[in-house]
Write a protein that binds this ligand. Structure first.
Ligand code: NAG
Ligand code: NAG
Ligand code: NAG
Ligand code: NAG
Ligand code: NAG
Ligand code: NAG
Ligand code: NAG
Ligand code: NAG
Ligand code: NAG
Ligand code: NAG
Ligand code: NAG
Length: 660
């Protein structure tokens, strides 16, 4: 039990002075609290989580969602997959084309159900980053026909209820892209017409500019329930306050999940309300479950990017979250008595209006709490003594529970979310001796738990020998384990008229360029393996489906994915339906290392084998050498990958890799 930091009487030694803060509800309450959340997607950030074996997968989900256990999140925000690259991969759309719908693709449905299983009250939000090409009618503008886009989005909400019994609470517009007031009104109207009057619109998931527009346009103002802003640096703007709408930091954090990430997160969870009156903060991302060498590797609240080993790490941001989430709920209210501490740091106080009180105090220093963006203006924090006087409904409280964290950057021995001896309140006040880089929760709630599981298995690299023949009946997920789509969508495919060895395959299914969010490649590509791989043999059966112009590739040493997938270099072995092959050093096919005749065409299965060793690469077609010793100077390492020449159907089977 920790008692050293609790002073039960104010005994100020020479030079010290106790500052006094009042916690009072007699002057009325502040804003309603809407919860702390995590964002899965934007994109493909939970890709590897689904491939964890039990019990590890359930353990991880418990650390995220289980009440009184870990992060105990109040909100889960997910990407509405749009078949396009959205930072660390692509997520599949529920409607690849206008005439079809499938509500079992990807992993967001599954994740929402797992979250609800643990916390039936968790709020769900959906937001598109990208859209299938047909939604833009061939343009890059999803508002071209606002009704088409609204119907598409509302179909996703419908599918959630119909197929998964999930009720979506909030829906967004288009992530970090221009909003269109006409579209927002059409979306509101479409939602209302089909009875989704309870689904609130969050807009516009970018900067604050929509606030001024809402003040000018009462219909727009009516349509929007929540102003959602990204990376606000804890500050708001006058116009936003004037709308009197709920203000949320609907995407924030995005910082590597070490102790500085934890400091960032603890600081903004308080300051977003203290400075910006924002009543919800949502972390991008929920969990770092994507290959760590993709962009923003390790930026989740915790890390689980090794499903092949079962290894995961509950990082300190999980426990910073718990300080607020385990002792508040959406529907509680902030008090008006919140603010900065005299010697740096801040406190917020919340109540359920039934007599419970939770106070969260943080003293993160500037250097130890910088988020990835925006730049943090300088401020000072020093050790201090703070007295809190409880008034109004809280004047009579006699005992308060204490939860304590300290990020110790000197000894590296953190204290994380530790329960301390309860505080005795004397004459309506209590006093804390606050050091720097600490978080305290002082609460009437007797609940709260630092959940634990046996340590996860040891970290191991991706297996050097790996194969998949994609033969599985009723796969639980549409994607094959560990394949991480970077442009296009690769799904399990069952060919019911084929009884042979290609009855079950992996198929690329995006056939037109999506309305993109990032700079997708013109080719489709799915990566797999270990980024440090250099020398290896990889083989795969491939089927080109498009006559004349079709083509597929198998690749090694692929050095980029995510938003820079267009610039990916590596060794790309292509065969084309026109009877030729190429070996290129880049996905764009500009740097040709070898080329010639292959006799390949559409509708025929071929086995491609690619062998890279040192500076040389060799390719085989159906077991016979087709080209030899192409010289590969760069890159030295990277993932293996497969893909297609354009947005076209193609199939893959019997994938096999042996790395050295
Ligand atoms: C589009 O949606 C709006 C609002 O729901 C509706 O008033 C309008 O008739 C629709 N237009 C078309 C072309 O369907
Ligand atoms: C609290 O302190 C921070 C850091 O100095 C400052 O940016 C912010 O404006 C202060 N907030 C209030 C409400 O005074
Ligand atoms: C506080 O919350 C607990 C748990 O929700 C509840 O049982 C209790 O009635 C609330 N009020 C007080 C004053 O403790
Ligand atoms: C904060 O970091 C800067 C740059 O690394 C360094 O110069 C400064 O001394 C640090 N300040 C403290 C208080 O550690
Ligand atoms: C109790 O607190 C009040 C003000 O909050 C103060 O006036 C009074 O002197 C205190 N009593 C004792 C015994 O400390
Ligand atoms: C990997 O596969 C190669 C060739 O099939 C085999 O010789 C080797 O023993 C395998 N290594 C492991 C670790 O299974
Ligand atoms: C599949 O198998 C059935 C029964 O063995 C046979 O009748 C049918 O012709 C086969 N179809 C193909 C495409 O080989
Ligand atoms: C399915 O298999 C049949 C029989 O092998 C073949 O003719 C057909 O092209 C295949 N369909 C697709 C989409 O691959
Ligand atoms: C992959 O990322 C990790 C973590 O950022 C880094 O330590 C490692 O060096 C990277 N691997 C390569 C081969 O660049
Ligand atoms: C075959 O197709 C590839 C890919 O489009 C192209 O680069 C090549 O020039 C074509 N070759 C012939 C002979 O048409
Ligand atoms: C790759 O294939 C060659 C030729 O079969 C073989 O000598 C080599 O050991 C293989 N390398 C790996 C890593 O399996």
């Amino acid at each position: 039990m920790l008692t050293h930091h609790l002073l039960f009487t104010v005994s100020c030694l020479l030079g010290c002075s106790a500052e006094s803060y009042v916690i009072d509800d007699r002057i009325g309450l502040g804003r309603e609290f809407d919860g702390i959340g995590g964002l899965s997607g934007g994109g493909a950030t939970s890709r590897l989580l689904v491939n964890y074996e039990e019990p590890y997968r359930s353990h991880i989900l418990d650390f995220l969602f289980k009440p009184n256990f870990g992060a105990s999140l109040h909100i889960l925000k997910v990407e509405i997959g749009g078949d396009a690259q959205t930072t660390d991969g692509t997520e599949p759309s529920h409607m690849h084309s206008k005439d079809e719908g499938n509500f079992f693709r990807g992993y967001e449905w599954w994740l929402m159900k797992e979250a609800k299983k643990r916390n039936p009250n968790i709020k769900l939000i959906g937001l598109p980053w990208a859209f299938p090409g047909w939604v833009g009618e061939g343009t890059q503008w999803p508002y071209f026909f606002p009704n088409v886009t609204a119907d598409y989005v509302v179909t996703w909400i419908y599918g959630a209820k119909q197929h998964h019994n999930l009720e979506i609470d909030y829906i967004g517009i288009w992530n970090e892209r221009k909003y269109d007031p006409v579209y927002i009104k059409v979306l509101r109207d479409t939602l209302d017409r089909v009875g989704y009057t309870n689904v609130g619109i969050i807009a516009a998931d970018g900067d604050w500019s929509i606030a001024a527009a809402m003040l000018e346009d009462p219909y727009l103002n009516d349509a929007v329930e929540v102003i959602g802003v990204h990376y606000p640096g804890t500050k708001t703007v006058k116009e936003a306050l004037l709308t009197e709408k709920k203000l949320w930091s609907s995407e924030d954090y995005s910082t590597f999940n070490d102790d500085i990430g934890a400091g960032c997160w603890a600081r903004i969870l308080n300051q977003n309300y203290v400075n910006g009156r924002m009543t919800s903060t949502i972390s991008w991302n929920l969990i770092a479950s994507y290959y760590e060498n993709l962009s923003f590797g390790g930026d989740g609240l915790m890390t689980a990017d090794e499903p092949w080993s079962g290894h995961y790490v509950v990082e300190s941001p999980i426990w910073m979250t718990a300080h607020t989430t385990q002792f508040t709920q959406p529907g509680w209210f902030y008090l008006q008595t919140v603010g900065n501490l005299t010697h740096g740091g801040s406190y917020v106080a919340l109540t359920d209006r039934k007599g419970n009180l939770t106070v969260v105090i943080q003293t993160m220093t500037h250097n130890h709490s910088q988020c990835i963006r925006p730049p943090l203006p300088h401020f000072d924090v020093s050790p201090q003594i703070a007295t809190f006087q409880l008034k109004g409904s809280f004047a009579h409280l006699t005992d308060l529970q204490v939860w304590y964290s300290k990020l110790d950057f000197e000894t590296k021995k953190d204290t994380l979310f530790q329960r301390s001896s309860p505080i005795k309140v004397y004459n309506g006040s209590f006093t804390l001796k606050l050091d720097v880089d600490e978080v305290y929760t002082i609460t009437t709630l007797n609940t709260g738990q630092k959940g634990t599981y046996p340590e996860s298995p040891k970290s191991r690299p991706f297996p050097k020998n790996y194969s998949d023949d994609f033969t599985i009946d009723n796969p639980p997920f549409s994607e094959a384990p560990y394949f991480a789509d970077q442009t296009g969508v690769f799904e399990y495919f069952r060919n019911s008229t084929d009884n042979g060895s290609h009855a079950f395959t992996l198929r690329q299914v995006v056939t037109e360029q999506p309305v993109t969010w990032a700079r997708d490649a013109d080719q489709t590509i799915s990566i797999i393996g270990d980024y440090s791989w250099t020398d290896l043999n990889v083989s795969c059966d491939v089927l080109i489906e498009t006559p004349v112009t079709g083509g597929v590739f198998l690749a090694a040493r692929v050095d980029q994915g995510g938003e820079s997938v267009r610039e990916a270099k590596g060794v790309f072995y292509w065969i084309y339906a026109n009877g030729t092959y190429k070996v290129t050093n880049d996905i764009g096919g500009q740097r040709v290392l070898a080329e010639g005749l292959s006799g390949t065409r559409e509708g025929v299965w071929y086995t491609l084998t690619l062998r890279v060793k040192g500076y040389f690469a060799t390719g085989m077609l159906d077991g016979y050498p087709l080209w030899k010793n192409a010289v590969v100077l760069e890159p030295k390492n990277g993932w293996t990958a497969l893909g297609t020449l354009s947005f076209e159907y193609a199939q893959f089977d019997h994938f096999e890799v042996h790395a050295e």
